[in-house]
Design a protein around this ligand. Structure first.
Ligand code: AVJ
Length: 317
């Protein structure tokens, strides 16, 4: 995920709406300013945070198998939504090139800077790749591409879909589907249900890095909305519920407190122990994935799992 993609007013409006709601909430999409993206890198380096390593393993070891299931007989596009630094995608691209696959790699990001960094990273190891990064909105680029007749492989990796509530996830995939033509395929990275302790530890980490990731949003509000939130008066809490596969994360107020925002010209009240919901990270079963795909008129071609069966790169058609 890239750095701040929304205008300041959208940020201000969303925070205002979230903090005036009966059950307060803040959107995890606002975690990723420069500092937040840096903290997320640290999360991905924690031993407890397994998804990154799992997906790296899958793409390192099974990309040839993924390629063989595509059945594309002509030059195709690999279109990636939210590619980050390309660390994992590089494994797939490398394997595809080794098999002499003929494709154009089209990573889409709203941030020009993210695209520049990604391009430099990829070209360093794969200098001969045909790469055409697009800067802009996912769906604008999708519209552009739907005019071309080359087959497309869409990549939505990293388990990012898990941050969307069920109806939002459905709506997002529906929009992807609208930009796809017959024969196009998509690889979705999805985190799987597993021993609840493993999931709990990946989010409630002993290093306090995930806490810092959440608290950074308060820092961001202090800076951008001219607030004076006392960071030590908030704590972080998260909980994995194995019955519905949801990790829900919160910032909790340690006392009754009032915080003023100059930008919003509003004073917010936080009760002692009041929770501000910050993030959903949904974990799926393979059956749920099949149902989700079918509800959108997709077919699951194959699930590519890591050796521990913690994560899937699910190939849909
Ligand atoms: C980037 C959305 C996949 O939900 O696992 C990591 C973000 N939040 N630790 C996830 C995250 C807390 C991450 N995704």
């Amino acid at each position: 995920m890239s750095t701040t993609t929304t205008t300041d007013t959208a940020f201000a409006d969303d925070i205002l709406a979230g903090l005036t709601a009966k059950r307060k909430h803040l959107s995890s999409k606002y975690f990723y300013d420069d500092e937040g993206s840096h903290i997320f890198q640290q999360i991905m380096n924690m031993p407890e945070y397994y998804p990154t390593n799992c997906e790296f393993e899958i793409l390192s070891q099974q990309s040839e198998k993924i390629l063989s299931r595509l059945n594309f007989s002509q030059k195709f596009n690999i279109v990636e939504f939210g590619s980050g630094d390309g660390f994992k995608t590089k494994q797939l691209l490398k394997a595809f090139l080794n098999k002499a696959a003929d494709f154009t790699y089209i990573p889409i990001d709203i941030s020009q800077e993210a695209n520049d960094i990604l391009q430099a990273n990829i070209l360093k190891v794969l200098p001969n790749i045909d790469m055409q990064p697009k800067t802009g909105d996912y769906f604008d680029v999708l519209n552009e591409l739907s005019a071309t007749k080359a087959p497309n492989l869409f990549l939505f990796l990293g388990g990012n879909l898990g941050n969307y509530k069920a109806d939002e996830a459905h709506a997002l995939l529906e929009k992807f589907a609208k930009g796809m033509k017959k024969g196009d395929k998509m690889v979705l990275g999805l985190d799987l249900k597993k021993n609840p302790r493993i999931i709990q530890k990946a989010y409630d980490d002993p290093h306090g890095i995930t806490k810092a990731f959440n608290m950074n949003l308060l820092k961001r509000m202090n800076n951008e909305l001219k607030m004076d939130i006392a960071l030590d008066q908030f704590d972080f809490y998260c909980h994995y519920n194995p019955e519905n596969g949801e990790v829900n994360s919160y910032l909790t107020s340690l006392k009754l407190q009032y915080v003023y925002s100059e930008v919003l010209d509003t004073t917010f009240t936080f009760e002692k122990d009041e929770m501000i919901w910050t993030e959903l990270s949904k974990k799926y079963s393979l059956n749920e994935i099949t149902d989700l795909a079918e509800s959108l008129n997709f077919k699951v071609v194959e699930n590519f799992l890591d050796c521990r069966h913690y994560f899937t790169d699910s190939l849909w058609e």
